[in-house]
Design a protein around this ligand. Sequence first.
Ligand code: GCB
Length: 580
Amino acid sequence: MRSWFRPRISLEGFWKFKVDGKGMGEKEEWFKGFSSNDLVYVPSSWNEQNPEWDQYTGVVWYQKDVYIDANLRNKIAWIVFKGAGYRTKVWVNSVFVGEHEGSFTEFRFRVDKVSYSSFNRVVVEIDNTPSIDALPPARELNVTAFDFFHYGGIHRPVYLEFTDSCYIDDMTIYTKADGLLRTFIDVVCGRDVDIKIKLMDKEMMKVIHEEYIRNVKPGRYVYEKKISDVKPWDPEEPNLYAFIVEVFIDGSLRDSVYERIGFRDVEVKNGKIYLNGRPVFLKGFGRHEDFPVTGKHLPGAVLVRDFYLMKKIGANSFRTSHYPYSDEHLDLADEFGFMVILEPPTCYSGIGRILSRDEIAKLFSRDDYSAKAKKFVEEMVKQHKNRPSVIIYSVTNEPPSDIPEVAEFIKKLAQFIKELDPSRPVTFASHRSIGDLALGYVDVISLNYYRGWYSEWGDIGRGMETMLKELEEIHRKFPDKPIIISEFGADAITGLHSDPPQMWSEEYQAEMLKKYIETLTKKNYVVGLHIWNFADFRTPQNPGRTILNRKGVFTRDRQQKLSALIVRDLFNKIPTHMQQ
Ligand code: GCB
């Protein structure tokens, strides 16, 4: 939910910082304020801001004093984190206000002890110690179940927000391409309120529909309306609107929130993904939020460059591999018309390196473990459910789902997400190919294939032959399910050339992507191709990585490799709307 009405104080900027290597901070009451000469910038991960902190995983402390004016006295104060982690504990004026687990979703705490016309001390403890129970799991900084660097810190915006005692707690907005609006508005107040509902154009200049509803009871209010004359949201014409809800008491405005919405239908049938009644082909990337120095914070300017580069290369979609991306990131997807597969941080690619099969079966069977996964999924859905760009949910990446207990976990998670939001199809990215026991539990089959890279070394042709055989078999088994190749790619070190194309050269990467795209677009059951990855990104240290994973079609600083030119030609020839 957004608001231009609620007063806000940004906490972006330099914070006092202290590494707590021995975990003494709580005992020594650092939450009352601590001494340190170190500074860190928020939002950004701490790691690359000082080479001495780079390889540190554990507990750190942040502190900032913020002035709150007396005119905010009668309001409720909230502290809002758009993303920090892995575990975050927060104190304001020495009073504990709450804690949160997980790095990639928004959380907010009510702050009751506020000093007006004076400074207030915000102290934050962050612990990103690797753990098997964490999502995603890790044993050590360089021994992880995931192939991206385990950054820590407050890597998304943080601010204080002030609301009236009567406010909108949440809203859920379902739309249809024909203008149908179905909304659930959660009102918090000690008495009945009036609410005004407005649908406006994207710039909030023109009112398209307006209604004033009197005596709304606190709790959930359901509002439904068919709006005529709205243009659907579509990748080629991403029409956006503002849905605004205002709360009034005795004629005075107490709260105003809004969402940017689009009218669109998503449906999976006849082996295709339909958007607004037409089958679509998803061409694009798996991405990461990763950038030099800022770590897990992708600055707005970088995001804008990324979207222009993705547009130019002919992409129309991406997956939020392997965690929910920032609001700014997904705002641009809504705006630029990108179709997004939204994925939580349940990433298990390398879990076989840190747990045995028995240990994996035990972990995935634990009730508290699936409860945690559900909580992460629920927070993700809550934050992004109103986005037109999000057309599919992926419940996990590369789970070891040839193990029955893991397949069962996926089944439950897929059911759970459908209960939360029945409006979107569900998938997960599998790397178990024909051996996967969970493919039948989701609407869309997503497969990650690296044949010609991790197997059939140096032989793209032979790698593809094996892949195609497996693919045909999966299609035979699930003829009605559309298939997305959710990852394929090869590392290329920019500037490394080789004739003939050999592994790690720009030529080998270009050749591999070309062969995959040319061949797979001929299969009518393949409805999407996501190259791994949009850009090079930082990884844990191991002998298979040169500091970065080099499967980017762009470098980490967003310069094109040879493959970008090849992909541009190919992607631009694939229409978004497929033949019916
Ligand atoms: C995968 C993972 C991704 C890795 C990629 C790779 O299958 O899903 O996180 O980065 O392979 O390059 O190995």
